[in-house]
Design a protein around this ligand. Sequence first.
Ligand code: FPP
Length: 256
Amino acid sequence: MKGFWGGRRRRLAAGADLQDIPLEARPEHVAIIMDGNGRWARKRLMPRSYGHRHGADNLRTITSAAADLGIKYLTVYAFSTENWSRPREEVEALMRLVVEFCRNLDREMEREGVRLRFIGRRDNLPAEVLTTIEETERRSRMRERIQLIVALNYGGRDELVQATRALATAIRAGEIDPDTVDESSLADFTYMPDVPDPDLLIRTGGEQRLSNFLLWQSAYTEFRFTSVLWPDFSAEDLATAVRDFAGRQRRFGGHK
Ligand code: FPP
C-alpha cells in the first residue's frame, strides 16, 4: 500500500494548485466510476484481484484528496448488481476488500472526518459484509468533513424500481395522493434523498458510458472521461477535473 505521507504530499500539491478557484465554483458532489483495475493488473501479469486491491488503496488516497479540495460528497461505484456474474474468486476478493477497507481504515477515516455510507441492495449481501457496512455507517455517522458513499450491489434501474415500488406502497396505504406525485415524491424514495445530485461524474479506464450508475441523479451532471486506469488516477488528476469543471457553464436546461 502507498504510504500515508506519500499520499498526503501529493494531495497538498493538488489542493494548492486550485487556490485561485473559489469553493462555490468547485463541485460539491463528485461521482466516480472506478474502471480499469483489471487491465492495470493484466499489464503487470497479475490477477484481477491485485488490481482491485490497488484500486481500493487509491480510493483512500482520492477520498482524502477530495476532502482537501472542498468536495463534500464522493460517490463511487464499487460493485454493480451485474458484477455477481464475474468469477466467484473475483466477487469474493471484492467483498473482502470492502470489509478490509471498513475495518482497517477506520482510524484514518476518523482523522480525515470521513463519513461512510453505502447505497445498493442489501438483501443478498454476504452476512459479514452486511454487518461490517452497517457498523461502519453507525460509527462514522457524526463525521462531517466529507461523505464517502460507496455504491455496493447497486444498479440505477434497480434503485428506480425499488423507489417506484415504495412510492406505490405509500399510495396504496393512503399516505400519498397520486395526483400530487411529482419528481420529489420519487426522489424521496431513492437511496440518498438528502444528498445533492452529483455535479461532476468521472469515469476512468477509457469507456464512455454510465453503466447503470446514478441514472436518476445524473440528469444534469457534467461528465469527464479519462483513459487513466483507476489505480493510476491521482490527486492531481482529480484537481485537474475540478479545474475543468469550474470552467464549464452549466445551464440546467435554461438559456445561455
Ligand atoms: C472496474 O474495473 C472496477 C470494479 C468492478 C470494482 C471497483 C472496486 C474497487 C476500486 C475496490 C473496492 C472498493 C472498496 C470500497 C474497497 P474492471 O475490473 O472492470 O477493470 P477492467 O475494465 O480493466 O477489466
